[in-house]
Ligand binder design. Structure first.
Ligand code: BES
Ligand code: ZN
Length: 652
């Protein structure tokens, strides 16, 4: 994931959510405003120790014309403080009605279905709090004695930050509209009222109606629907709200193995099935290390190209960008990553976003163990070296506080914590522990971490305590000891940090100077058997002063401008902009217009600005903007139109 993100975040976070302006619920329908103090998670108003949602049922209609979800959510609450109200997170939701009831009989997680649930509903007392620019508005519902169910009738805003609505033209097949959710970190609240903290888990069921030929799909198991016009789903394992996911489109399924498969638009299905053929083996490789897969099925949904991320680990159903389909399976480490989250993140979850490294650092570490198990150590080492380069770029751009693994995000948008520090420094710490104690000790340690915290949430403090208790007292003879405190709380990485090396890169480092100096022609590069990772390393290794003729020669010899590998193409296009090579301009424009992945977009637009091509960048952006995700739009508004973005959000 990478460098694009740091800056992205910086931007995103610096700016209040501009797309929310003007989409507050209609004043007339909103009860009076109160301010609610935050709970222990600074990014949620929920107070789970008082009242906790343990299951909910979502019953919604998808309206592509209005760009809204509308319907009800029914929440089952556990009340540990009988006088406390239920506090939910919302953002830009129009709340129409709130009702309460007492369940006629005890509800059990294993079989409860709350979508469309009948109960003796009566009107409740409720109020929406003031709008916080990062958090949205808290919804407080008074609970009388005996009440254990709450039903909220609501609709979403067309600008919901967690949903992207695509026209048929914005999909791969141009045949039907498409809707998908992206809830991490705190966007679930923009499409259903919830306790939107990663430290709070609930099971759920859902019933969704969508117009043919689109079909609703959720990151959950299909179940029979009460309403014959709906599709219904159930997630029986308790999960945090950021893992609730919905997609609605014209997609088809292809099985890959016993418990794995792929969903994609029909024109993409063959290529996707070919690309992901190794998933079943990946699953086996992780299970051998960290225990059984606890989620039943594992499928991947390939989204239209507008998806702003590489992948999102929605349980049972990873959402993925089509840009990982390179034809040669070279970018499947992304699938390994999202699959690894089935342990690190989905099974054992960071308690707050300040602990993000417990999700992402663990996941990058496991991702590389999977790559090693399937494809060998050399390929995993190349990933580690590229990752270390990303980390160094992140350090160069981030202040000391944001270089720590233990983040402090109070008063900030949680996306501000999203940088390569959580990913790559986190993974490097686990590798340091692995090297200090050996896999014989470290593999069982991680297994115990997952088993001991399954379906729970964890903090960095808990990790420290667990390490103190379960790691051997001393490192193996001759190995460096790991100063955990320094890793967690100091900027940069300790001097004793492992240094990833890949032999396959040494040969490249050896020829770069001669190539740059013109002593070695492009055609004479020993590149015949270079893997995509080696190409990436080569392109990254070219210094600022590489003469433009070298790029012309490279493009002529290798057709980089036509690369079907999105990672290589993006790296190449950025280099071309920086070095003033114009032979890729047409490809650049169609890339920026066709793809919504922020990791690729941000560095490219930024490079255009640096190269004094801002007017061109703004022109392309004006055309591309309607196809970008709301979050991507906001980041790019800020980058390309800073004064307009600032004044649009300056008003109270
Ligand atoms: N969970 C993340 C995506 C995410 C993180 C979304 C934080 C919102 C907030 C996902 O697992 C991820 O890390 N995706 C990466 C790919 C991965 C191979 C590093 C991405 O999208 O680039
Ligand atoms: Zn991840």
């Amino acid at each position: 994931m990478p460098r694009a993100l740091q800056l992205l975040l910086a931007l995103l976070l610096a700016s209040p959510l501009p797309w929310l302006a003007g989409c507050r619920p209609d004043a007339a329908s909103v009860p009076p405003v109160t301010t609610m103090p935050a709970g222990p998670d600074p990014h949620s108003v929920a107070r789970p120790a008082e009242v906790r949602v343990w299951h909910f049922g979502l019953d919604v209609d998808v309206d592509f014309a209005a760009r809204t979800l509308a319907g009800t959510i029914t929440l089952a609450v556990q009340r540990d403080d009988p006088r406390a109200p239920l506090r939910l997170d919302t953002r830009a939701l129009l709340i129409e009605r709130v009702e309460v009831a007492t369940a006629p009989a005890p509800l059990r997680r294993e079989d409860v279905v709350l979508a469309g649930f009948d109960a003796p509903w009566r009107a409740a007392t409720w109020q929406l709090g003031a709008v916080d620019r990062h958090l949205g508005a808290g919804l407080q519902v008074e609970l009388e004695p005996g009440v254990d169910l709450v039903r909220i009738t609501y609709r979403t805003s067309p600008e919901a930050s967690g949903l992207q609505w695509l026209t048929p033209e914005q999909t791969g097949d141009h045949a039907a509209p498409f809707l998908y959710s992206q809830s991490q970190a705190i966007h679930a609240r923009s499409w259903f009222p919830c306790q939107d903290s990663p430290g709070i888990r609930a099971s759920y069921d859902a019933q969704v109606r969508a117009p043919a030929p689109t079909v609703p799909l959720m990151a959950a198991d299909p179940i029979p629907a009460r309403d014959p016009n709906a599709k219904a789903f159930a997630m029986r394992q308790p999960i945090p709200a950021y893992l609730v996911a919905l997609a609605v489109g014209r997609v088809e399924f292809r099985a890959l193995g016993e418990r794995t498969g792929v969903w994609a638009e029909p024109s993409m299905l063959d290529r996707a099935a070919h690309e992901f053929a190794d998933i079943e083996r990946m699953l086996g490789a992780i299970e051998a290390l960290y225990g059984p897969y606890r989620w039943g099925r594992y499928d991947v949904l390939v989204l239209p190209p507008a998806f702003p991320f590489g992948g999102m680990e929605n349980p049972k159903l990873t959402f993925a960008t089509p840009t990982i389909i390179a034809g040669d399976r070279s970018l499947v480490s992304l699938v390994a990553h999202e699959l690894a989250h089935s342990w690190s993140g989905n099974l054992v979850t960071n308690a707050t976003w300040a602990d993000l490294w417990l999700n992402e650092g663990f996941t990058v570490y496991i991702e590389r163990r999977i790559i090693e198990a399937l494809f060998g150590r050399e390929r995993a080492d190349m990933d580690a070296v590229l990752g270390r380069q990303d980390l160094d770029e992140a350090f160069a751009e981030l202040g000391a506080d944001d270089q720590r693994l233990r983040l402090s995000l109070d008063g900030r948008d949680p996306d501000e914590g999203l940088s390569d520090v959580a990913y790559e420094k986190g993974a490097l710490l686990l590798r340091a522990l692995e090297e200090a104690y050996g896999r014989e000790a470290f593999d069982p340690f991680l297994l115990a971490w997952f088993e001991g915290h399954a379906f729970g949430s964890v903090t960095t403090v808990e990790f420290e305590a667990f390490a103190a208790e379960h790691l051997p007292a001393a490192p193996l003879p001759g190995r460096a000891s790991v100063d955990l405190r320094a890793w967690l709380d100091a900027p940069g990485v300790p001097a004793s940090a492992p240094v990833p090396r890949a032999k396959a890169f040494d040969a490249i480092d050896a020829v770069v100077p001669a190539f740059v100096a013109g002593e070695l022609t492009a055609a004479a590069l020993p590149s015949a058997a270079w893997t995509p990772q080696q190409w990436l390393h080569f392109l990254r290794a070219l210094p600022e002063h590489t003469p433009q003729e070298r790029l012309v020669a490279l493009d002529a010899a290798f057709g980089l401008t036509r690369s079907g590998n999105a990672e290589i193409l993006a790296q190449w296009l950025e280099l071309a902009i920086r070095q003033g090579y114009r032979g890729s301009d047409a490809a650049l424009e169609s890339f920026l217009l066709g793809i919504g992945r922020r990791k690729f977009l941000m560095p490219l637009y930024r490079a255009l600005l640096t190269a004094a091509r801002g007017d061109e960048a703004r022109k392309i952006f004006a055309r591309a903007r309607p196809g970008y995700h709301p979050i991507t739009q906001a980041s790019l508004d800020e980058l390309l139109h800073p004064s307009a973005a600032a004044s649009a959000t300056a008003s109270p």
